[in-house]
Design a protein around this ligand. Structure first.
Ligand code: FES
Length: 350
């Protein structure tokens, strides 16, 4: 559809329909023929939703043919509609590029939380329903090296599973996986055992902190190999601190906590990124006024949260709704600039 929706029509759309693009304006019409079609997203069809462990779900998605195949270790943004709102979270793909190329299928393995704005709703996904995904992103890839050690914790196993499946088709260096989880909660153990049988260069160790001690004690054994780490922040920090003091090279994929500033009366400043244009905003004025002060033109109308013309896609970061003090989610969602204030660094789609 790109031949219909070009920069000229998008300009026309901004001027006359107060919409970011012409394709976005016609979205509801296109969705009659293509469910879940959304401007700027890829579509994916749910093939299966399977519980592989307590609170861990494996979701297979058939991706549309124009989706650019991922590299093992990369992640995507998964967007689903929850109670009429689009909500997005980032997940690493837990299957090989080879499978995506030949079958058009990717797999996500996701730990569900009891509360939250996204993962509890994954059980509502049904076979043959549609979701939206982004193109693959990230630089956490299997390096060229003489020897590699993977350090995984919990659901941090997913990029390594993708790399190991891809290794069935590629040359790989010797790899050892050190995998931490609570006792009996290691994920995809049968799959790891099968990969070990098929890959001459691959071995793994399953460990639990309560019975085997902290990962820090295991690290000296692996000095000299290239380290790849995927897991929660404290797991990553332990390994990173050790690596820094021993000049050990390390690559990592971890999700850091957002630094929120929720004391509204105390002035604070944050970075705003609007499609690459960056400026500093404070937590006292509405974002619309601060966009205008920085000469970033965005559509707007009433300036009081009624007309929705100032809607903008927030990709990352948290904002507060001035009307009720409610904080947004961290991930991607539509917000109204005229009634939002920043409470963390924030990134917007231009
Ligand atoms: S300008 Fe009308 S809702 Fe923001």
């Amino acid at each position: 559809m790109s031949f219909i929706f070009n920069p000229l029509t998008n300009w026309f759309s901004k001027q006359f329909f107060h919409h970011r693009s012409m394709a976005g304006y016609f979205e509801p019409v296109i969705q009659i023929f293509k469910p879940s079609w959304r401007d700027g997203y890829y579509r994916a069809n749910v093939q299966s939703v399977t519980y592989i462990a307590n609170k861990t779900v494996s979701i297979e998605l058939k991706v549309e043919s124009r989706w650019p195949t991922h590299k093992a270790g990369q992640h995507i943004e998964l967007t689903i509609e929850i109670n009429g709102r689009l909500v997005t979270r980032v997940f690493t793909i837990a299957s090989s590029p080879n499978q995506a190329m030949h079958e058009g299928v990717i797999r996500l393995v996701i730990k569900q939380h009891d509360v939250g704005a996204f993962t509890p709703f994954l059980s509502r996904l049904t076979v043959n329903s549609w979701v939206n995904i982004s193109k693959p992103k990230g630089t956490f890839l299997l390096p060229q090296s003489n020897a590699v050690t993977f350090f995984a914790a919990g659901s941090g196993i997913t990029p390594f599973i993708a790399m190991l499946h891809q290794a069935l088709h590629d040359e790989i260096p010797p790899i050892h996986l050190v995998y931490y989880a609570k006792p009996n909660e290691h994920l995809l153990v049968a799959e790891l055992a099968s990969l070990r049988n098929r890959l001459a260069n691959f071995t793994f160790t399953l460990l639990s902190r309560s019975t085997d001690g902290d990962v820090a004690a295991k690290l000296p054994e692996f000095i000299g190999s290239q380290w790849l780490v995927c897991g929660p922040q404290d797991f990553y920090k332990t390994i990173k601190n050790y690596a820094d003091t021993h000049q050990q090279s390390i690559e990592s994929e971890h999700f850091s906590l957002v630094d929120l500033h929720t004391q509204g009366d105390e002035k604070a400043h944050f970075q705003v990124d609007h499609g690459g244009i960056k400026f500093t905003a404070d937590n006292q004025q509405p974002l619309l006024a601060q966009f205008q002060a920085n000469k970033i033109n965005v559509p707007y109308g009433c300036g009081m949260g009624i007309c929705h013309q100032c809607q903008c896609v927030k990709k990352k970061g948290v904002v507060r709704d001035i009307r009720n003090g409610k904080l947004s989610d961290y991930g991607e969602e539509l917000i109204q600039l005229c009634v939002s204030q920043v409470v963390s660094d924030v990134e917007f789609k231009a």
